[in-house]
Design a protein around this ligand. Structure first.
Ligand code: CTP
Ligand code: MG
Length: 393
């Protein structure tokens, strides 16, 4: 397990509300946005923010579910996360979260799980402002609607919106001052900044984010769903192509190995491995398509375990590398330029062997070069491959 330094910052994620306005029939934090819940999305955001102790406050009885979500979001950093039961008001839930803070924590952020899509940079801005000013700090957005003061049905006054902002979370505070403010709070406040200010402490504001909106009503949930789906659509899903070439000089001691086949009676090729230019061109093409470097990256002379290895061994390894990177090979087309050997009678056999090793169809074509160049003179063999890979789902 990696050693994680004790963070001086904590984020209390309040997720203990019932979600009565959403009306989803269960606690809001466990309602799905896509395959993931509101709480999971909120924790994914916290996991991308600067490192912090994380306290998740959930409805009593839902601690185990929250633990599962935290482990999914934080992986091997899940030891940073504690889960506690909340209270009947948001303020009580925050107070329960504050009781779980580690001794070293100096700055506390309180965050609504319901603001599930809050970007990580908002957390960073709030932390920086608290650190620099020593005051509380809230993310805020300009008010866009025109505001009116009303009395029953009558509009009684226009309200200048210039000095107004809309407050979001995470709201950050120096720990000692926040604990003091909570200890002295008598009234119910609408947010932590109000409770903090009521105790006489200063609060500043930094830029919030439109994505930090609070999922309150079914329309808000629809908006979150559209945003998440839009983000998923932007993940690259297109196939990718790559090209590879390899040349080997004729003159090895051993029997020729080319295109995954042995060719008894033919002069061998020189190379670090078996000199199978066809297999090597395919390796380069597939690695390039998957963005994984080239043959030297994975099988170079600094990898003695591949000295003398056959082309098939390389292809099987490439297949694994590509799968680990989340791709699958669509197909490969390779063309050999060589006077000898004559491919015509063994082309289908070469395709079978290469396709089996790579786990995808490989087409082999062979040509001579009309006596021209090093392939025409029989000094060497050249192969060029094009590969297509696609994201494996
Ligand atoms: N919250 C909490 N404990 C409570 C009430 C609210 O932890 N007793 C949390 C909610 O889970 C939410 C945040 O405070 O993440 C903001 O509250 P709100 O959006 O009002 O959520 P709910 O109270 O769940 O919703 P509703 O008011 O519609 O019932
Ligand atoms: Mg509420």
């Amino acid at each position: 397990m990696s050693i994680i330094p004790v963070p001086r910052v904590a984020v209390v994620v309040v997720a203990a509300g019932s979600g009565s306005r959403l009306g989803a029939g269960g606690p809001k934090a466990f309602v799905g946005i896509d395959a993931h819940t509101i709480l999971r999305h909120a924790l994914d955001g916290v996991a991308l923010a600067p490192p912090a102790q994380v306290v998740v406050v959930v409805p009593p009885g839902r601690e185990g579910d929250a633990r599962t979500e935290a482990e999914a979001a934080f992986g091997d950093r899940a030891s940073l996360v504690s889960v506690v039961a909340g209270g009947t008001s948001r303020q009580e839930s925050v107070a329960a979260g504050l009781h779980a803070l580690w001794a070293d924590v100096e700055i506390v952020l309180v965050h609504d799980a319901a603001r599930a899509l809050t970007p990580a940079d908002v957390f960073a801005r709030v932390i920086d402002e608290v650190r620099e000013s020593g005051a509380g700090a809230i993310p805020a957005r300009p008010v866009v609607d025109t505001l009116k003061r009303v009395e029953d049905a009558a509009v009684t006054a226009a309200v200048d919106r210039a000095p107004l902002v809309a407050a979001q979370t995470p709201q950050g505070f120096p720990r000692a001052a926040l604990e003091d403010a909570y200890a002295r709070a008598t009234d119910d406040h609408t947010d932590d900044a109000a409770l903090f200010a009521a105790a006489g402490y200063g609060v500043r504001h930094v830029a919030g984010s439109d994505l930090a909106f609070k999922i309150t009503t079914p329309a808000d949930l629809d908006r979150a769903r559209h945003l998440v789906r839009g983000a998923a659509d932007r993940v690259p899903v297109l196939p990718r192509v790559g090209i590879g070439t390899d040349v080997h000089a004729v003159g090895g001691e051993a029997t020729l190995r080319l295109a995954g086949l042995e060719w008894p009676g033919e002069a061998g090729l020189r190379g670090h491995s078996d000199g199978d230019a066809v297999a090597h061109a395919i390796v380069d093409a597939v690695l390039a398509a998957a963005g994984l470097g080239d043959i030297g990256t994975h099988f170079g002379v600094d990898r003695p375990e591949f000295a003398g290895a056959t082309g098939e061994v390389f292809l099987r390894r490439v297949r694994e590398l590509v799968a680990e990177a989340g791709f699958a090979v669509g197909n490969v087309s390779v063309q050999v330029q060589a006077n000898r050997p004559r491919f015509a009678s063994r082309r289908a056999e070469a395709e079978r062997v290469l396709s089996a090793a790579l786990g995808a169809p490989v087409s082999v074509a062979a040509t001579t070069t009309d006596g021209l160049g090093f392939t025409g003179s029989g000094e060497g063999v050249s192969a060029t491959a094009v590969a297509l890979v696609h994201p494996a789902h």
